[in-house]
Design a protein around this ligand. Structure first.
Ligand SMILES: NC(=O)C1=CN([C@@H]2O[C@H](COP(=O)(O)OP(=O)(O)OC[C@H]3O[C@@H](n4cnc5c(N)ncnc54)[C@H](O)[C@@H]3O)[C@@H](O)[C@H]2O)[C@@H](O)CC1
Ligand SMILES: [K+]
Length: 515
């Protein structure tokens, strides 16, 4: 699913109005109807108090149109107009008149108003600001937002939590609605997925308001959301007459005394991801450990307790390098020498990334389209500090383009960057913040490259499967007990899940006055 910028959404809006020959008011009505349907389906007429806070732009207009529809279906509503500006939009005014026609009188809030009282079991509809927010809200609006956040009421945001910009981090974190659920029109917004701004969005869902499909299809976006449908497009099925040679040979290089487990996990993951053969390259202290814990994996050794040279006679298809490897001088030299002669595709992680960060002249030796999988600290060492998430994305994008590598930025929503585009993952859970989870990812991606997946696809699919395996594991492990080994054990189910469960339940249509 594409992630549009605010400007692209405004353009989609305009294209829809022109091509479908509808008015902007009709489009607003569609948006409000979709929200109404969503609420009505869940509330079934329950007499819960619904407080609708509406700004004076089109987001507020959506809120007013929704208020009317709720009222027409007998819901218990209170409408507030948050008068942060005199410049009321045309469709806001139209919908305000429609409320007045029905003798529904909103409460007007300004800097001098008392803060409304809201019960813990009430519902708040947040339609104060939408994607049109262009500066930090005034103090009194910010106080209102803080007041709403402090209530125990469930907050449902229209399109985007009010106070959240679509393309930058809020300057004042207190001026943003802490939303329990965001119903976003047609497309999700990038800020839902970044660590600094995603915290305002507990859950989100997109509502189809029938924006022009041609526009949506044709418009190129910088970001794409990756779910099952997206990865299925490049999944490579196995063929009947294939043999293990068809599926490549992964070489996993890493490990040092006390950190052989990392290589064990990565090797096992490469196998489970489908690599035909897997060889681990570890110091001698790891020989028996890897041989006994993963009998399917072959083992090469060098050095006693750490890798002192990287030199082998086998011809792997791909090399995953760096996990548990340490940054001792001898290992650094070994890596340097190896990089200068190596021509094989690489998946670079952990200590190999740390070594590259300190010796940036080595970056030039990375084969093109290598995959780098840094966690936030490793990324900082590699590209330098950033002031906020947007600057981080910019730096990663530049780095990936300059070095011609695939960058996998690990986080709650891992983002994979390549050739100027970012692919946002949607699987995974907080249980994955556990030892060895990253080693597992490196193994999976390596195993996919071995099978012939192009780097970008291997990274995107690897990240998806890694998260999905963890999602399937938590059903009986919970977040706390989830281990990297559980992720590996669920990988089979994650692959099967690609083909078995439907992506989403079909939306249920609700009868309204409109249809
Ligand atoms: N584009 C679409 O697909 C659709 C958009 N709709 C709604 O329209 C919204 C966008 O509406 P608008 O462009 O009117 O913008 P908003 O309703 O988000 O904001 C209202 C206006 O307030 C002003 N403003 C911005 N920041 C301010 C601040 N801090 N203090 C005071 N004034 C400020 C701006 O001039 C802005 O246009 C969307 O979020 C969505 O809810 C829907 O009506 C239906 C379709
Ligand atoms: K909003």
């Amino acid at each position: 699913m594409k992630v549009f910028t605010a400007q692209q959404i405004y353009n989609a809006d305009k294209a829809t109005i022109e091509r479908q020959q509808i008015s902007s008011d009709e489009l607003m009505e569609r948006a409000a109807t979709q929200i109404f349907n969503w609420m009505h389906l869940r509330m079934q007429g329950a007499p819960v108090k619904i407080h609708l806070f509406c700004g004076i732009g089109n987001n507020g207009g959506d809120g007013l149109a929704l208020a009317r529809q709720l009222w027409e279906h007998g819901y218990n509503i209170a409408v507030y107009v948050v008068k942060y500006s005199e410049k009321r939009s045309k469709d806001f005014l139209t919908n305000l008149d429609r409320l007045k026609d029905r003798k529904i009188w909103p409460v007007y809030l300004d800097a001098d108003s008392e803060l409304p009282s809201i019960g813990p079991d009430d519902i708040i509809v947040d339609a104060i600001f939408g994607i049109g927010l262009n500066r930090t809200p005034d103090d009194w609006v910010s106080q209102l937002i803080q007041h709403l956040n402090k209530t125990k009421a469930f907050i449902l945001s229209v399109d985007i939590p009010s106070g959240l910009f679509t393309d930058s981090v809020p300057k004042d974190s207190a001026s943003v609605i802490q939303s329990n659920y965001v119903l976003s029109f047609q497309v999700p917004k990038l800020v839902f997925f970044l660590p600094q701004t995603g915290i305002y969005v507990e859950q989100w869902e997109v509502l189809d308001i029938g924006l022009d499909t041609a526009y949506l299809m044709e418009t190129e976006t910088e970001y794409e959301l990756i779910a099952k449908n997206e990865v299925l497009q490049f999944y490579r099925p196995r063929t009947k007459y294939s043999h293990k040679g068809t599926y490549g040979h992964s070489l996993i290089i890493g490990g040092s005394y006390g950190k052989i487990g990392a290589v064990t996990l990565a090797s096992k993951s490469a196998l489970k991801a489908g690599s035909g053969l897997v060889t681990a390259y570890v110091p001698e202290c790891g020989y028996q450990i890897v041989q006994t814990s993963v009998p399917e994996v072959m083992v090469l050794t060098n050095g006693e307790s750490l890798i002192e040279a990287i030199d082998f006679e086998i011809e792997p298809t791909v090399i995953g390098i760096g996990i548990g490897m340490g940054t001792e001088d001898k290992t650094v030299k070994a890596l340097e020498k190896f990089l200068k002669v190596n021509k094989m595709p690489l998946v670079v992680d952990a200590d190999a990334l740390n070594i590259l960060s300190k010796n940036q002249n080595l970056l030039q030796f990375l084969p093109k389209e290598s995959i780098l999988t840094p966690h936030p600290k490793e990324l900082e060492r590699l590209v330098g500090k950033w002031k906020d998430d947007f600057e981080k994305l910019k730096k990663v994008k530049e780095f990936s383009e300059k070095q011609n590598v695939v960058m996998v930025i690990k986080g709650a929503h891992t983002i994979t960057f390549f050739k100027g585009r970012g692919y946002i993952n949607t699987t995974g859970n907080p249980g994955m913040a556990t030892a060895g989870s990253g080693d597992t990812l490196t193994g999976i991606i390596t195993g996919l490259v071995a099978q012939g997946y192009p780097s970008l696809h291997a990274a995107i699919l690897g990240v998806y499967i890694h998260g999905k395996s963890a999602d399937l594991s938590i059903a009986n492990k919970g977040y706390q007990a989830l281990t990297a080994t559980d992720i590996i054990e669920s990988m089979g189910s994650a692959f099967i899940d690609l083909f078995t469960s439907p992506e989403k339940e079909a939306p249920v249509e609700v009868e309204t006055n409109e249809n």
